[in-house]
Write a protein that binds this ligand. Sequence first.
Ligand code: ATP
Length: 297
Amino acid sequence: MKNRLTIAMQKSGRLSEETQNLLKRCGLKLNVTDRRLLAHVANMPVDIMRVRSSDIPGLVMDGVCDLGIVGDNTLEEAALERELLGGNASYAKTTTLNFGGCRLSIAMPEEFQYKGIESLHGLRFATTYPQLLNRFAAENNIKVDFCMLKGSVEVAPRVGLADGICDLVSTGATLEANGLKEVEVIFRSKASLIQSTNTINEEKQKILDTLLPRIQGVMKAKESKYIMLHAPKNKLNEVSRLMPGKETPTVLPLAGREDLVAVHVVATETFFWETMENLKALGCNSILVMPIEKMMG
Ligand code: ATP
């Protein structure tokens, strides 16, 4: 494994499919259908270590893996825990990825009279994230107690284990279904690509130098759209002003048409229906918005 780059990813769960898709779109031929912990990439000197999410920060901090893809919530919790215990908590965050979005929130039973953060003082919370909860309490000058639960956290208040919970939320549907209301968001999270701070050899550095721009390229492509339309020549300035993003549009002649031109642009911002309607009102037609597969440069 000396000259092979090792990437830690979640074996199965909320981040595993998006992570696999990202690596595949970077050109890595993965065979993760088998049960092995370590999967070899067939076409690049890269190995994929498939583990529990909570093991990923430690594997990268200890230099066992060169890269890791993990939620910021898991990462921050692990870093705080290691700092508390005097362990090595160093890593470099390479990129925030555009998936795995969620928030760590405090939720209380619906009947609880919430009157601001002070009303949480002295209460007990079920959580998988005691360090993040303690940091929030310290920052807000309150004291809280916790009981550690790794799953089904939301049942804790109902069974008398805790007054409230501190857990991950994305839509809030699970909270609602369990008679809980979200009262404070204490941490916002996305998946991140993290890197070990250990020095790596030249061979591994070469692989990293190939892989990192590809990851950036896939992320950028996912957020961007290719827009094509036909625009009246005399409205080009207004049309350009409506185009999202900072790219200069490409303007091309249309065969047999003196009054119309084709306008192409890569939009790095959301292209709203309203913008399409405004373009149409200016006399544009054949407006196409297409996904982009890969981007570089
Ligand atoms: P593992 O089972 O691998 O030890 P886990 O219990 O955190 O880890 P998942 O429930 O699959 O596994 O969550 C993985 C990550 O997905 C979370 O740490 C978080 O970063 C992200 N995530 C996104 N949305 C949610 C959500 N609604 N609830 C929980 N996690 C979410």
